[in-house]
Design a protein around this ligand. Sequence first.
Ligand code: IFM
Length: 472
Amino acid sequence: MTTVDASPSAGAALLFPPGFRWGTATAAYQIEGAAGLDGRGPSIWDTFSHTPGKVLGGDTGDTAADHYHRMAEDVGLMSRLGVSDYRFSVAWPRVQPTGRGPAAQRGLDFYRRLVDALLEAGIRPVATLYHWDLPQELEDRGGWPERGTAERFAEYAGLVAQALGDRVASWTTLNEPWCAAFLGYAAGVHAPGRIEPAAALRAAHHLNLAHGLGVRALRAQLPRSAEVSLTLNLHAVRPLTDAAPDRDAARRIDAVGNRIFLDPVFHGRLPPDLVGDTAALTDWSFVRDGDLAAAREPLDWLGVNYYSPTVVAAAGPGEPAAERAPSPWPGAEGRVRFLPAPGPRTEMDWPVDPDGLYELLARLREELPGVPLVITENGAAYADRVGPDGEVADPQRIAYLRRHLESVHRAIADGADVRGYFVWSLLDNFEWAYGYGKRFGIVHVDFATQRRTPKDSARWYADVIAQGGLAP
Ligand code: IFM
């Protein structure tokens, strides 16, 4: 359990516990490019981004930040930042181009080279196995709503562990299964773009199952010292008022946004209220005996991705059901209104609200005692430009990161066991349905030339890491 000074004097530095992990995070489809190289098969994101109208500006991940060819330069950037850890994802379709069968060695070779370069630079690799790039052929067989996809995932996890287990000591099964299930299969704004709320609930269950079977497959290959985790984008849900209908709206969103994953993974059960809320869509009979026990494999830590909170109220009679249609919240349609949280916003139009991160960490401290936490993503998009002096001034991002780190520090001081923090993201990259217009990097990428320019926030973060915390 990590601790810090619970009441630092005004004006004192906010230091994080010794051994605190400072990292940056990326994901394969968002940075690698080289979409058709070395035998990589198509993923659902290749198909989706190449479908007119799905991604702003018609952007695709074909080239992205060309990290596949510039990996050594990017590891050099991280080395200069002084990060202890780097969180990246492995592209399933590089390892199994059709989502099944033996591993493609040329695909694995890229990750062997990446991991070797990281270790050489003294940076711990943290490998995520699934950050949304499902092999297209598995989607053609039904995708995540089908049980077979979970079984295929476990085979894939075993293959990657076999290949990299001698040098990667930290593993994450899935990134943000909520987005994969509900943005992908209910709202249709992410790949594969399906609008089938009942199928999205099946997808969520099979992602939980994939996670559990994946943990088993990893542990079967890895040394006992290896750590295995899951990353969730938990929603800091706030009712607009304390009135019962608003609190019930928050409960519904918490059920289908958070507990749909937390309950199976940490308690081996489905949230009973979720089953009730979604009764008109499904009877959950696709959950087989043993599935929930399989999802509940012990983890070394839980990864938490946080950007902004969610404020909800009960939808009054005659009011529009939800601002976003189709809804990514099966079981809450027509009952919940989403309200803009007050305050400044990032380029994504997401409110800047570091208290939400504190609230989440405090909740997890209470509800999951003994489970260490790692902030696996936090960051902000702003309209950054390279100035005439060749520099990128991004004071808003520095303020965002600083305030969120203050929240993490406060949570640790209040007893939360937070072991690390990863900035999203190392590089400007392909921001899914928004394409390249939203820049989350602490390193600017000129996508025409692929030139990298560390922003002011990169220098600021390097100082934070060097000092082990925030200067007064
Ligand atoms: O870019 C994404 C990332 O892939 C998953 N978490 C949220 C980020 C910002 O939207």
